[in-house]
Design a protein around this ligand. Structure first.
Ligand code: SF4
Ligand code: SF4
Length: 241
């Protein structure tokens, strides 16, 4: 996003709308710091600039800057997956998408929050840590998958590392026996990540089983607390054969 200097009257109205404090005064006019702006479009949608000085940057859809918009503007359709928001339906939709078979565990790592944002370098810290822990496959329907240069190491394509986004989700699938080591890995890498993240743990609950107690025990054993969340298949999904 940018502000047309010749139009801006310096009223400051747009500045509080930016969740990441990218808009500031430069003399008597407002400017947008292009390094910090993650192209969420909030200022354009909400600030109602009295002189229409806020406008799209001409390079907003140039790659790799286009990733900022795709990961940060909920009205933007992600170019890699065709899905709005962060570009993934997440493993939690597994009863419909069949992305997560019964017996497997899905982990989604949700990195970044609006006022913090995050660098894609922080995503790489996590994908590298996951690879070191033995998980070499990021969910293929997740946009992070298309950003990898090397699945074996978790390296992202180097040209992407300077980009900054509001939030991203990394999704992986594993056997139950791998949960503990992945949680340990994520706790360790959390010290290096210059943002926040939460961890979602998904399973298809089979008939007759109320709570997957063995999985919860692994989570507790790592000193982590959990909050239950369920989607009940009311016939919209497809039964596993
Ligand atoms: S709202 Fe418009 S005129 Fe006011 S500071 Fe922002 S860009 Fe300038
Ligand atoms: S597009 Fe979003 S991040 Fe960029 S200046 Fe506007 S509100 Fe801030």
């Amino acid at each position: 996003m940018m502000i047309r200097e010749e139009l801006c009257v310096g009223c400051g109205r747009c500045q509080p709308y930016c969740p990441t404090v990218a808009i500031r005064y430069d003399g008597l006019k407002s400017i947008i710091d292009q390094d910090i702006c993650y192209e969420c479009s909030t200022c354009l949608r909400a600030a109602h600039c009295p002189v229409d000085a806020i406008c799209e940057s001409p390079n907003v859809f140039d790659h790799p800057r286009d990733l900022r918009r795709h990961f940060s503007d909920p009205a933007s359709r992600h170019v890699a997956t065709g899905i709005e928001g962060r570009g993934t339906e997440e493993t939690k939709s597994g009863d419909v998408t069949r992305r997560l078979p019964p017996g497997k565990v899905g982990i989604a790592i949700e990195v970044g929050r609006p006022n913090l944002g995050m660098s894609l370098r922080d995503v790489q810290k996590i994908t590298r840590a996951i690879a070191r822990a033995g998980i070499h496959k990021i969910e293929p329907c997740n946009p992070i998958h298309s950003m990898l240069a090397d699945e074996a190491t978790g390296d992202l394509k180097p040209e992407l590392l300077g980009e900054r986004v509001l939030s991203a989700i990394i999704e992986i699938e594993m056997e139950k026996g791998q949960i503990r080591s992945i949680l340990k890995t994520l706790k360790e890498v959390a010290r290096e990540v210059d943002s926040v993240f939460c961890i979602d743990c998904f399973m298809v609950v089979e008939p007759g089983i109320e709570i997957p107690g063995d999985v919860l025990e692994e989570i507790r054993a790592e000193g982590l607390s959990w909050r239950p969340n369920a989607k009940i298949n009311m016939g919209l999904g497809r039964a596993w054969e």
